[in-house]
Design a protein around this ligand. Structure first.
Ligand SMILES: Nc1nc2c(ncn2[C@@H]2O[C@H](COP(=O)(O)OP(=O)(O)O)[C@@H](O)[C@H]2O)c(=O)[nH]1
Ligand SMILES: [Mg+2]
Length: 198
């Protein structure tokens, strides 16, 4: 995809504010601090999404309008799941907001679910992914922060994720820092979005 512009459009605090103009949407989800916002910036080649050293910051559903030559798409930064340091009621509210969004957003073409490659997957990851699949939305599981591991750890971690998540093949590993895997991720995103020629 040749991006001509990326703009932040809105932070939806309630499901009523989610755009409904028929523009295809792709959402990014994962545990708090997995690196979702950094990944979006790396994909856009633009520091437009706020990243944070302190997890649990994104509470709204943030919509970025991406314009390519002939089409527009929404890239959606969802709040992180399962952040331990906020109250349980806040966590439940976030989980509900994500669930409602996934179930109700008719233009949602897929969810990119980002894991930290160093963690084999938590209970919350398995539960959230199943919930999205049950809503009929495709999930692309990817392993981020690949730069944090050496070669042998990297090989072992990908194998473990394949087993833990019962994947047909090892997940794509990416790094926002080194840009590893980003061209391959773009291809997968284009397929999910139904980009012409993808
Ligand atoms: N080494 C490394 N650090 C990363 C990478 N992606 C994100 N981070 C760091 O992880 C922390 C959380 O990133 P952020 O994008 O805000 O995570 P989010 O909560 O999922 O949106 C920040 O300190 C980032 O600099 C990566 O690919 N490699
Ligand atoms: Mg974030």
């Amino acid at each position: 995809m040749q991006i001509s512009a990326v703009n932040f459009v809105l932070g939806a605090a309630s499901i009523k504010q989610v755009p409904r103009e028929g523009i295809p949407q792709i959402a990014f989800l994962g545990r708090s601090n997995a690196g979702k916002s950094s990944l979006l910036n790396a994909l856009f080649k633009k520091e437009i999404v706020k990243t944070s050293k302190s997890p649990g910051k994104t509470r709204e559903i943030n919509f970025f309008l991406v314009n390519s030559q002939n089409n527009s798409y929404y890239f959606v930064d969802l709040p992180g799941v399962g952040y331990a340091k906020v109250s349980k009621s806040m966590r439940d509210e976030m989980a509900n907001r994500i669930k409602t969004y996934v179930e109700k957003a008719h233009d949602l073409k897929g969810v990119v679910y980002l894991l930290d490659i160093r963690h084999g997957g938590h209970q919350i990851d398995f539960g959230t992914i199943n919930g999205i699949k049950n809503a009929g939305v495709p999930v692309l599981l990817i392993a981020g922060k690949a730069d944090k591991l050496n070669q042998s750890e990297f090989i072992a971690a990908k194998k473990k994720l394949k087993e833990n998540f019962c994947l047909p093949e090892e997940p794509l590993a990416v790094s926002s820092k080194t840009k590893k895997g980003l061209p391959e991720l773009w291809k997968e995103i284009e397929v999910l979005l139904g980009v012409p020629g993808a």
